[in-house]
Design a protein around this ligand. Structure first.
Ligand SMILES: [Cu+2]
Length: 153
């Protein structure tokens, strides 16, 4: 009986160690600001969580002030605004684009999926989807296409 217990605790230890190692590699902290009434923001948060981002969810009644503070250009505004690794992520940007941003580290303020494109993560509308671009922006007003997303792909 004692032997079984020891074996069991060794197995538990091994699993928890493996879990920790995985977290250290994959998890990235992200702060998300959203208005209390935003449903699609919550869906987007679920999307990034599935891609191993650890989300600090902050509800704000003044999203305009947040966007101004972090330098989101008015024409690129969307619903939620997130901060990860010093980059600003505006709106329904796919997690894969955020990962690409964090790997390539371009000299930009951040990324945006302007507006609320149908079919983007958190904006699933049954079969309806738009083509949309994720753009990068910098503090000098330069906006560049970062990645193109075609409906149905
Ligand atoms: Cu939204």
């Amino acid at each position: 009986m004692k032997r079984v217990k020891i074996l069991l605790s060794a197995m538990l230890l091994a699993t928890s160690l493996a879990g920790q190692a995985e977290e250290a590699v994959a998890d990235k902290e992200m702060t998300v600001y959203r208005s209390p009434t935003c449903g699609c923001c919550g869906k987007w948060i679920e999307h990034v969580k599935q891609s191993h981002f650890v989300v600090k969810d902050i509800v704000s009644d003044d999203m305009q002030a947040i966007k101004k503070k972090y330098g989101v250009p008015e024409n690129l505004e969307s619903c939620h605004t997130a901060i990860v690794d010093g980059y600003v992520i505006e709106g329904h940007v796919p997690a894969a684009d955020i990962q690409k941003l964090l790997e390539t580290k371009p000299k930009v303020v951040g990324l945006s999926a302007p507006g609320m494109p149908m079919g983007s993560p958190g904006m699933e509308m049954g079969g309806k989807a738009d083509d949309y671009d994720v753009v990068s922006f910098d503090s000098a007003g330069n906006v560049q296409v970062f990645s193109e997303h075609k409906a149905g792909q």
